[in-house]
Design a protein around this ligand. Structure first.
Ligand SMILES: O=C[C@H](O)COP(=O)(O)O
Length: 255
């Protein structure tokens, strides 16, 4: 089954508007803005940096832009929140949802994430839906149980047609920002399990279409081996996506 790899840079709470312009000038030097069919490339800045990124990208339409979160509410008295309507107004394509940092530090539950995924799909935006286990859960033999619950509850009530448009990011929490990467074997096993749960829940044809990214200390040195695994369809990159040469090297190694 051929799936177009998707490599996304999650800048987290880094890179303001001025720094973003410098980053993108560097990125454009590293690779051409000629759209390639071999890979989708996405940048996910902080909200406040998004307009600078859109403006600087200009005609470089082959790089997609996403948000790191969105509200499950439509509009109104929700201080600090941003709606899908606002993201549409900016012309974004993707929204990262369910990141372990949102789950851990901001109390996002599977039910909240499910509401956000529904809102995102209704706005014709593509969710990048993050799942993954902690070190304790893996060591305690709970890897499969945790992933299954996150998938089934996070994608509750969605149709197979909706699910096949979603990107899933498998990010073992113990590998995020730690320098510890899952081995390509560990990552492939988890991705194959995730695809199996999708097949059991939404059908094999849908599962075969869903792109599953790996995230957790992806670097230029390990990207090619991870991307060579049959069920790994791209990467969600944090720390190594904060410098244009390093992010470009990951893109080149993956596409
Ligand atoms: O969203 C990205 C992930 O959390 C991975 O972050 P990292 O590459 O710094 O480990």
């Amino acid at each position: 089954m051929s799936r177009t790899p998707i490599i996304a840079a999650n800048w987290k709470m880094n890179i303001g508007p001025a720094e973003a312009k410098t980053f993108l000038a560097g990125l454009k030097n590293e690779f051409s803005c000629q759209c390639s069919k071999s890979c989708d490339v996405v940048i996910v800045p902080p909200y406040i940096t998004i307009p600078a990124v859109m403006e600087t990208l200009g005609d470089c339409k082959c790089i997609g832009v996403g948000a790191q979160n969105v509200s499950q509410y439509d509009n109104g008295a929700y201080t600090g929140e941003i709606s899908t309507t606002m993201l549409n107004e900016l012309g974004l394509a993707y929204v990262v949802l369910g990141h372990s940092e949102r789950r851990q530090y901001f109390g996002e539950t599977d039910a909240i994430i499910n509401a956000k995924i529904k809102k995102t799909l209704a706005a014709k935006l593509t969710p990048i839906f993050c799942i993954g286990e902690t070190k304790e859960e893996r060591l305690g033999g709970k890897l499969e149980e945790v992933l299954k619950t996150q998938i089934v509850d996070g994608l509750k009530d969605l149709t197979p047609a909706e699910v096949e448009t979603i990107v899933i990011a498998y990010e073992p929490v113990w590998a995020i920002g730690t320098g510890l990467t899952a081995t390509s074997k560990e990552a492939q096993e988890a991705h194959a399990y995730i695809r199996g749960v999708l097949a059991d829940t939404f059908g094999q044809a849908t599962a075969d279409k869903v792109r599953i990214q790996y995230g957790g200390s992806v670097k230029p040195e390990n990207a090619a081996e991870l991307m060579a695994q049959p069920d790994i369809d791209g990467a969600l990159v944090g720390g190594a996506a904060l410098k244009p040469d390093s992010f470009a090297a990951i893109v080149k190694a993956s596409c």
